[in-house]
Structures are given as structure tokens and as C-alpha cells.
Design a protein around this ligand. Sequence first.
Ligand code: ATP
Ligand code: MG
Length: 562
Amino acid sequence: MPGENNTEAPSGNFITHIIDEDLETGKYDGRVVTRFPPEPNGYLHIGHAKSICLNFGIAKRYNGTCHLRFDDTNPLKESIEYVESIKEDVRWLGYDWQDHLYFTSDYFDQLYAYAVQLIKAGKAYVDSLTPDEIREFRGTLNTPGKESPYRDRPVEENLALFEQMAKGELEEESCVLRAKIDMASPNIVMRDPTLYRIRKKDHHRSGSKWCIYPMYDFAHCLSDSIEKVTHSICTIEFVNNRELYDWLLDALDVYHPQQIEFARLNLSYTVLSKRRLIQLVSEGHVSGWDDPRMPTLSGLRRRGYTPSSIRKFCDTIGVARRDSMVDISLLEYTLREELNRFAPRVMAVLNPVKVIIENYPEGRTETLEAVNNPEDPSMGSRSIPFSREIYIERDDFMEDPPKKFFRLAPGREVRLRYAYFIKCNDVIRDDSGNITALRCTYDPETRGGNTPPDGRKVKATLHWVSAAHAIDAHVRLYDHLFNVENPMQSGDFQQHLNPGSLVSADVSKLEPGLKDAEPGSHFQFERMGYFFTDPEDSSPGAPVFNRVTTLRDTWAKIKKTL
Ligand code: ATP
Ligand code: MG
């Protein structure tokens, strides 16, 4: 079955080696608890899939649990729409958080209590410097920071101010709660990081209850701790935050998970950052989060990617510590391998030119047998109609062919797949000289596309559809959304948008059986690629097709040159 949801346990990697060791030493009493912690401020993308497969995959491998936790600490950028889309995408990928659905916002009371505890221990203070001053005082990589004049406020004053912050009695940006660590630390993260700030904004879950919100570094480690996570797996850019992660948990003397960093996924010809993807959507460069060209899971799903192919891809790229760029053709290859096994073959002419077979009886229709999938005989065969007028691909004919062109040309014979040999005798033009049809003859002795008794050979086999029986369909061909390998490398990433990323071929002619193709079905259009009936835009009797991927295997070529 396509995209079946029996998720596989992932291959071993450096993280599973750490877990194996922890299990041996009994570090967490044999428990394995991971979490996938998205911030609901956008739709998930293929980079998140890597994290999802890793976290849920590890839980599966060790018979542990994986939590889905929304890290919803910034009401300015978050929404229920994003929460729902993330749940849908994780489920679609084939993972089940069971009853482990959590929200950092559900811990706001507890987090507030932890902050009070830190203040009481003299490990946090309310700072009244302006945001600019705080930035200035922080110092740089080469120079130490400077201590705030408010750093030594007495505990009582800090407690009173923090309470005032929470009650909404102080203005936004008038003060923040900071950890009291070390303004001279070589790790800038440790220079009295902000723990809480005032944001007078309702939250999509806690409503108007709070007007102070915890910062990521404070909320994240404590949420992990509250949930008794064992291995808190995050991407490499948090490596410097680990020191703070550990400091906070030690300062509060609470349950202490371990943070492990892995390399994030970067994919060629793609941007993987919610902030940038939001821009593409809000500025109208794509039709929405689920535009089939988007690297979002909803975009890939609509394009025709299957959950199993994405999981396979994530397993193939593996998990390492060092960042690298993965070639997008590996993703396409993984899908193609899968579709090759189950997608039925059909014939569709995307850019048609008519062929009139002059020695074929007018008004006659015959039925020919076509194999559904040569890779899988159990998929059987189907009947397709053949008649005097057919369509072939315009590109399969050349009036004046160069040496290496073996397809149809005047005086040349080719095979029509499953049908007959035809020979081109003449072309028909309109007044402006454009070719409107080809005059051909067929050889009745080649029925089924078989070699005739005289053993004559042809060099090309073309796909075709019967003109009278074909259905018209809207077919969308896609190319990469960006025309450079790394759109982030130079200048504004939007400069590198590929203007040809969507090509519509409105007048495509498809074999009649496709009329009632169910939305969300996969096909191989012979010689043209793998296609998917768009689940949104198709309607009964009027399918719209997305090309998921071409048949061309650029990945195999790359592998050869490695
Ligand atoms: P973005 O950079 O797209 O805004 P993010 O890291 O801000 O992503 P989160 O919602 O915080 O998005 O991500 C949830 C989880 O997914 C985090 O643990 C994060 O490390 C992981 N993640 C995000 N992007 C990638 C990526 N490209 N490769 C692997 N994991 C990722
Ligand atoms: Mg993040």
C-alpha cells in the first residue's frame, strides 16, 4: 500500500549509541522519553520531519514514548491554525503521541513558581535597563559584558517587581526577569539571559491570564523536566544553550534530562525556515502553505509525496553532528523508488499534436490491452481504445530531425505503445505554417505493438491517446521553487525564486479511464513522470494532476560521479 503507516524504527546513529549506554548504566531507570517540540508559529517542513522521525523513531526503537509538545510561549506569532496543522502533519507522517500531547502554556503557573524560586535563591533579578542598554551591556564574543546596575536588587524588591510584572502593572519593555549568572562568561548565552518578559497580548490558550511570558531557554528545559523527558534532542544551533539548560535545572534542583544536538536538515534548491516560508506565503509567491512547490509537509502531501517516502528519506540521510546540504534529488529518488512499485502506468499526452492514420477505417474503434505495471504483474492490465485519430506528444515529432533524434519524422516508422507501428507520410499546417496534424499510415500486422512478420525494427516507442476518447485535463508540472542550490547563500533569498517553477499544460489529453481518478491517487504517465490527482482542485469527473516527480533519475547520476 502506498504511504502505509507502519512506521519503522530508525537505523542506529550516535544518539542511539548514547541511549544504549544510558540503558546499560541505568541512568534513567531504563526509560526512554523523547519529545518533538514545535513552536506553533508556522507549518511544519521537511526539516521538521527529520526531527519527528528521529524522536518518534527512537521512542519506537526502545519501546519508549515520544511527546508532542507545543512550545507556545510567544503569543505574538502563534495560533490555533498552526497547532492544528502540526497535529495533522505529525499524524500524516504516521506517528502517534497517544495521550502525550502537551503545551508549554499549560505549565505557565509552574514556570512562574520556578522563577520565584530562582529569585528567592538570589539567582534571578528584575532588570530595568532598556532593551538597547541590555544589548549594549551584553558585550561581544571578544569583550566581556557589563553588569546591570539593577543586578544586586534585594530579593524582596525583585519579588515585588516580578509580581507587578505579572499583574500587568508595568509597561512592556520597562523591565525583564534575568538569571544572575556571569556577565563575563565566554558563552554569551550565559551572560544573565532573560527569563521572562512583559507582552500584553492574549494567548491562544491561556487567554488574558498572563501578560508575562517565559523565554524559550527558560521554558524549554523546564518543560522537558516536568515531562520527565530523558533525551532532549535538538538541532546544533542550540549547542551553546546547553550550558544554560543545565544551569537552570541545577539551580532549581529538579529532574534533569540531557540535551543532545544533531545537525539540521538543509536541502538544496529549498529554504527551510518557517520565517522565510511565511514570507513566501504572505507575499503571494506561492498559493499557500500547501502549494505543491513548498517544502512544507502539507505542500509535499499535496504534491503527491507519501509519508513512507519521507520517512525513508529521513532514515537514509541519517543523523550526524555536522551540518551538511542534502541534494533534493535524493528526496525525489526515494519517492520514485516507491511509486515505481505501486503507481499504475497510464498514457497521457501533455502537449498534443494530432495524428491521422489514413489507412485505418473511419468510425472504427478497437480495444487494446495495456499492462498496468510491468514491475508488478499482479496489477493486471486494462483496455484502451484505439481509433483513426490519435494524439502524440508534439515533442515526439520533428520535421527535420537531427542525427540523434529517433522518434517520429517524415518517412520514419515508430511503435505506438500497445498498438501498432505507424509511419509518417506528411504534415498538415494551418495558415501561419504551424503543424496541426500528421498524416500517417499503420501496419495492421503489428497489433499490440509487436514486431511484424518481416522482422522490421523501429527505434522508438511513443505513448498516445485516441483523440475521440481522450479526456482533457489540467496537468501541472513543477520545477524547483528556487533556481540556485542554496537560496540563502547570497542576497535576498527571494531573488532566487525560479520563475518557471510552475508550468501548466492545460490542453493535456489523457486516456479515458483517468476521468474518474480518485483525488489523491498516484499514476505513472508513461515517459512523462509520476503524477498525483490534486486532492483540493480535483472534482468528480474533472481530475487535476500534479507532477510529483519526473522519471529522470538525477540522483543515480550523482551517485555514479561520487
Ligand atoms: P525554523 O527554523 O523553520 O523556524 P524552528 O527550529 O524555529 O524551525 P521549531 O518549531 O522550534 O522550529 O522546531 C521544532 C523542532 O524541529 C525543533 O526541535 C527543531 O530543532 C526541529 N527542526 C527545525 N528545523 C529543522 C531542520 N531543518 N532539520 C532538523 N530539525 C529541525
Ligand atoms: Mg525553534
